[in-house]
Design a binder for this molecule. Structure first.
Ligand SMILES: [Zn+2]
Length: 179
């Protein structure tokens, strides 16, 4: 056993960035690689690379979801993949001025809920090529896909259809198919 009353922690040359003294606020680096499995949604993301949008259709009651769902929210039965049309209409829309760390540098951006013929639920995506003032309920939009896939939900986005820049007078949104 070696007793050393003069033992000292090793000193290093690195300092700590101090942002504020009172309260004391310091900078520390934090980083993480996240290995993420798309699991049962994998086919949806693979289809984006083939410029296809996949929803799901209930094998029992026929309800069509605009998003991947292994089981029906209406009756609980298993679903099968269902190819969505690439053209739809704006059901509702918003402009985001704030977002998570990943999306914050891209603000402001437009998010739209898109309705498709023959589909019972809605699809959330980004709309580009139209400003906030240009968007309206019922506006025809078309899905587009990134050529260089990121394998992320932002691989698909929407643009206005040609000639969709005229706001309809008092027309309400077209009715969605009801089950
Ligand atoms: Zn069902």
């Amino acid at each position: 056993m070696t007793i050393d009353p003069n033992a000292k922690m090793e000193e290093t040359q690195e300092g700590t960035e101090v942002y504020s003294f009172d309260p004391l606020i310091v900078k520390s680096h934090y980083e993480i690689d996240y290995i993420h499995s798309y699991a049962q949604d994998s086919e949806f993301f693979r289809a984006l690379g083939k410029k296809k949008l996949l929803g799901s259709k209930c094998k029992k009651c026929g309800y069509v979801f605009a998003t991947p769902r292994a089981h029906c929210m209406e009756c609980g039965a298993e679903t099968t993949w269902y190819e969505l049309p690439l053209e739809g209409r704006i059901h509702s829309y918003t402009t985001c001025y704030f977002g998570s760390e990943e999306f914050l540098p891209q603000t402001p951006f437009n998010l739209v809920l898109v309705e498709f013929d023959g589909v019972d639920s809605l699809f959330l995506g980004r709309l580009i090529g139209a400003s906030q003032e240009d968007m309206y309920i019922g506006m025809p939009v078309r899905a587009k896909f990134r050529r260089n896939l990121k394998i992320s939900p932002t691989d698909v986005y929407f643009v206005p259809m040609p000639g969709s820049d005229k706001k309809p007078g008092k027309k309400t949104a077209p009715k969605r198919r009801r089950k």
